[in-house]
Design a protein around this ligand. Structure first.
Ligand code: CJB
Length: 833
């Protein structure tokens, strides 16, 4: 489907330039020739002298060449058709490795494997060579990566815009059980997937002041910036799944406008001469390793403005037809704001329309309100981004004026509706007065956006009821839900080839682009032969994971264990602590002699989690997990029946190995705190059963798979709210529950810290006296649910049946469905002709 009938270089003058751009011929022999050509001519080496990196690059370039003709065609069509498209604005794209995805999308995997084998090269070795671009923190960034895959697969005219961080999410190592961060220099050997386009650079201004001036009798405002940087775009192909479509991801890199000051350089002050360069280039230097808690850092605001300003100008300059009537923009583009990070795009867009294009304010505002939509990804109040007015005014003075005017007019409308209800006005103002005067970016996005969506049913409801309740009252028509999804190409087909093969054998391969068809697997749950094959796939995935963990980290994992997995960012609301208490309770039961080791269900618990470098409590919890692991794993009294493994540096590549092997998926956040979760979907689709609270998308997973195939525990969101309102006292749970008390006391005793009680004391006292996320309140219910897990796992036939039903019933969670929902509920984009 990536055939050869592609566009003509219609504007060129040489007769040969009128010939179609042709894709190479798809055969193993042709592939060998192209691969060797790339090795010789792009890398400048002979096969016999080539390094693994040379071969990986040559392979990637060959794959690129096969996709190129379609990419050029799609770029041309998107520009020519002028139909409505999506600009997805996201500060993060957690892409994962590209090679396999692009081989799959291009339908080239078999040919490439055969071609390389004929040169004595293993495709698998080259796969391992790729350093994944970790340009995101966690769920939000991975969601953006799944969405661009689905946009391309569905053929939606779209472009993803973001930042080309020179350093992505840090590499996590453990030193004596504690997290140590190393820079992620993913570009040190270059990336074969990117195309620098310095000729499309945009100049991005900062600082300075504003002024008014007389424009032929009209008084206008303008920005007189203080300094600027160049935003250089890098394009990445985003191929659809075997549909001949290739979209674009465009990531911006910051470069100094003037590389250095030659006069100062010649005077010998080399440091000063390059100061401006360093300053400018810092903007895209490193991804902020925060997840859910914004850091009020000036550089972060610079990053945000840098990429959205570059993206808006890029779209207006390069994607619109000559003489485009700007009042038609709402029929041409929708800018989707992935959380609050890109929200500064709203005043930038207004500034362009009003100051640069000289449009009337009201007309510009009417356009803006239709051209943006906002996705909120959180419920934690502290995660709603705010920017101090001082900082924003210093960095972007004209934008601050525009925000003030938007707010003034909005509050006038609020007054017109509700009268002088000062409390309400204060609560709804885009400008917060306390503790410091700040701009509330989520409110700005809500006021400006045509639509505001949450990322799971419960989350969207709580947004309407609580976080943005006043806004829902004022603009009820804006609020909608789009439940998250994950791409089945990466997280089923590529991550779990054995299960994919089994599914395809049973129901054909239509499920890869129509995931609801997994329903057709339901009857196979009753088929003992299928169950046996399914069980064999799980066992093979476990063996494969064991090999990876052995090679990667030197872990030895036992066979025959229930594989219990909790992988996600380390955050108190996600409650890794609850999982630790379960492990400690099991351990304590055996070593105290209350439970014979022989009665313990053999389990391996795998954790994977990075903590934000400045998040002390999260880092302590990592330390505790490692400490518990080293004690539990080496205590002979457990008879090898309980193992805790915490491979460092959990990333997309490791996720693709861990998830297909898991039996049990831990989704145990306090109800009302996890907006959606997407790991939960990946596990269910790969046949793990979930132990989870009624939170985020767990609610929808449970509804779909059925109560009997899901281990529910814990308080519901209304119960959590009631408990908080009554005044939550965690120590009461400690007093009343002997098992809980024994587990906490064991941690407090220094049993996991060589007798030093001080090491984990902050964790213990936090649990006993604060416990903001109510770990102790849900402990008993969690332990009871884990006992149900043990009982269920003892009946392997029934367990496998449930696992198959999890796969069969979770097709809803394809990101293709999410994108269709965005199209129906928010974007209203037609498919590209
Ligand atoms: N999320 O990953 C992040 N980072 C944030 O700063 C805020 C939210 C997560 O987004 C995911 C995608 O929507 C959600 O599934 C997840 O619940 C949320 O925590």
């Amino acid at each position: 489907r990536y055939g050869r009938d592609v566009p003509e270089n219609t504007s060129a003058t040489h007769p040969l330039a009128l010939a179609p751009v042709t894709a190479p011929e798809s055969s193993a022999d042709a592939f060998v020739a192209d691969f060797l050509h790339s090795l010789n001519f792009d890398r400048g080496v002979a096969l016999s002298a080539s390094s693994a990196n040379d071969r990986y690059f040559a392979l990637a370039h060959t794959v690129r060449d096969y996709l190129m003709a379609r990419w050029l065609e799609d770029l041309r069509r998107q520009k020519q058709s002028q139909s409505k498209g999506v600009c997805y604005l996201s500060a993060e794209y957690l892409l994962g490795r590209q090679l396999d995805n692009n081989l799959l999308a291009g339908g080239l995997a078999d040919i490439a494997e055969e071609a390389l084998a004929s040169c004595g090269i293993s495709l698998d070795d080259l796969r391992q060579h790729e350093v994944e671009p970790g340009l995101g923190n966690g769920g939000l960034g991975r969601l953006a990566a799944c969405f661009i895959d689905s946009l391309a697969t569905l053929g939606v005219p779209s472009i993803g815009y973001g930042i080309r961080y020179e350093y992505g999410i840090f590499r996590q190592t453990f030193v004596e059980g504690q997290q140590v961060e190393q820079p992620d220099s993913w570009l040190s050997l270059g990336s074969p997937w990117e195309f620098a386009r310095p000729e499309d650079a945009q100049t991005i201004a900062f600082g300075g002041r504003t002024e008014t001036y007389d424009d032929e009798g009209v008084t206008r405002s303008r920005w007189v910036p203080g300094w600027n940087v160049q935003a250089v775009p890098y394009n990445y192909m985003v191929p659809g799944f075997q549909n001949g479509r290739v979209n674009t991801l465009r990531l911006w890199s910051a470069v100094a406008t003037n590389a250095f000051d030659l006069r100062i350089f010649n005077s010998g002050d080399y440091e000063e001469a390059v100061r401006a360069q360093t300053f400018a280039e810092n903007i895209s230097k490193v991804l902020y390793p925060e997840d859910s808690t914004p850091q009020g850092k000036e550089l972060r605001l610079q990053q945000q403005y840098f990429f959205v300003a570059a993206s808006i100008h890029d779209f207006l300059d390069n994607m619109l037809a000559e003489g485009f009537d700007l009042s038609a923009l709402p029929d041409r583009v929708i800018f989707q704001l992935n959380d609050t990070h890109p929200v500064i795009a709203v005043p930038e867009f207004m500034r362009v329309l009003v100051d640069e294009k000289k449009m009337e304010w009201d007309a510009a505002w009417a356009i803006t309100r239709q051209c943006f939509a906002y996705t909120c990804h959180t419920l934690l109040p502290e995660a709603l981004e705010v920017w101090p007015v001082d900082l924003l005014g210093r960095l972007l003075p004209r934008h601050l004026e525009i925000i003030y005017r938007i707010n003034e007019e909005f509050l006038d409308a609020v007054r017109a509706r509700y009268g002088d209800d000062e409390m309400r006005i204060r609560n709804m103002s885009i400008i917060a007065e306390h503790p410091v005067r700040s701009v509330r970016m989520a409110y700005l996005a809500t006021v400006a956006g045509a639509r505001v969506n949450g990322v799971a049913e419960l989350h969207s409801q709580l947004l309407r009821d609580k976080v943005l309740g006043d806004f829902d009252d004022f603009f009820p028509e804006k609020f909608t839900n789009v439940t998250n999804g994950v791409t089945p190409r990466r997280f089923l087909r590529l991550a779990n080839p054995e299960l994919s093969g089994l599914i395809t054998e049973a129901i054909g391969d239509g499920w890869l682009t129509d995931l609801e068809r997994l329903r057709e697997l339901e009857p196979f749950a009753e088929d003992s032969g299928f169950r046996a094959a399914f069980g064999e796939v799980k066992a093979a995935n476990k063996r494969r994971l064991h090999e990876v963990l052995r090679a990667r980290d030197g872990f030895e994992v036992s066979d025959g264990h229930l594989l219990d997995v909790m992988v996600k960012r380390l955050h108190e609301y996600k409650r890794q602590m609850l999982k630790v208490l379960h492990v400690v309770s099991t351990y304590e039961g055996v070593v105290s002699g209350r439970v014979p080791a022989a009665e313990v269900q053999p389990r391996t618990v795998i954790f994977g989690a990075k903590a934000a470098p400045g998040y002390t409590m999260a880092k302590r919890i990592i330390h505790l997990i490692n400490a518990v692991g080293s004690v539990v794993n080496s205590d002979p009294r457990l008879d090898g029946r309980l193992t805790v493994i915490f491979p460092p540096n959990y990333d997309v590549t490791l996720a693709e190995r861990v998830i297909p092997a898991a039996d049990l998926s831990e989704q145990i956040s306090l109800a009302g705190k996890e907006a959606s979760g997407t790991g939960n979907m990946k596990f269910a689709l790969n046949g793990a059963l979930t132990i989870g609270t009624d939170d985020g998308a767990n609610v929808e997973i449970r509804e779909l798979v059925g109560d009997e195939n899901f281990f529910l525990f814990g308080m519901s969101e209304p119960e959590v709210s009631e408990s908080a309102a009554r005044g939550y006292r965690p120590s009461e749970f400690y007093q009343e529950d002997a098992g809980l008390r024994a587990a906490i006391d064991l941690i407090a005793s220094g049993a996991f810290s060589r007798g030093d009680r001080s090491v984990f004391e902050p964790i213990v006292s936090n649990l006993l006296y604060e416990d903001r996320f109510m770990v102790l309140a849900d402990y008993a219910s969690y332990i009871a649910a884990q006992e149900r897990v043990d009982d269920a796992y003892a009946d392997q036939e029934a367990w496998t049946r449930s696992a198959i039903l999890n796969v069969a019933r979770t097709g809803f969670f394809s990101s293709d469905r999410s994108i269709r929902d965005y199209i129906d509920r928010i974007w209203h984009t037609p498919p590209l002709a």
